[in-house]
Design a protein around this ligand. Sequence first.
Ligand code: HXC
Length: 260
Amino acid sequence: SNSLYSMLDVHSPANGVQQIQLHRPEALNALTTAMLGELALALEEAEANESVKVVVLTGSARVFAAGADVKEMAERDMVGILKDPRQQSWQSISRFPKPLVAAINGYCLGGGCELAMHADILIAGTDAKFGQPEINLGIMPGAGGTQRLVRAVGKSLAMQMVLTGQPINALQAKEAGLISEITQPELTLTRAMEVASQIAKKSPLALRLAKESILKGMDTDLNTGLRFERHAFTVLAGTKDREEGIAAFLEKRPAKFTGQ
Ligand code: HXC
């Protein structure tokens, strides 16, 4: 792991998968501005590193992240929040173009839940709790919790979570579509790594455009989304990876993608 980071454990990539672990155990991984900045930087490095195909983001066995750091947030007034440097980190995390898988155990609250919703695939242990408790502090979600949550779970449950501050459990999160799989808590990371390894074998170009196409579609009307998909699909027709993928299928062998 890399000592540039004091609140993250950034592993060396193995077989295309890089694990990034949130590590601020004394405060249940509450996200300080510096920690969020480290995460944005780690993802920028992961983007630039060709040996990283997929990132798995995780917390500890007990907590993914218990929110923004409330003590730090308390020191910021209105103008301070207007000029908040966190915004840049969130932007940068949201633009990460490679697949991002979150492995979630325990508390996933407030800014922690908003962070998890930046992942493309969420896998959680049976003990996970997802919530937006900001309302209890007299504030509201401010990093996508009123926007990404409603897209993930629908209006009624999003309203209930945001207005009551009550968390939901993993089963409810699965039913609502916030996460794609539930595992035994001790297997969450293993399962996320397994899914990431499958993804890491695919063409990075196809992965990138498929991810972009899905995200674009969530953000626009159907026709615009379909046109984006058609353009992306057309672009992929010009890649060596497509030639290789089709040749490998016809020759009944595994494809070896190079990202060309
Ligand atoms: C700062 C936090 C923290 C947080 C926990 N801690 N959550 N510090 N910010 N969000 C610290 C506690 O102060 C405590 O430190 C230590 O972590 C352990 O927490 P406990 O509360 O003792 O643990 P436990 O009793 O097990 O309760 C766990 C918990 C509770 C239910 C998760 O900690 C909790 O409710 N946390 C706050 C959750 C929350 O409101 N999140 C939303 C934050 S607002 P000490 O030093 O006392 O041992 C937000 C805004 C997003 O996220 C907007 C984005 C811009």
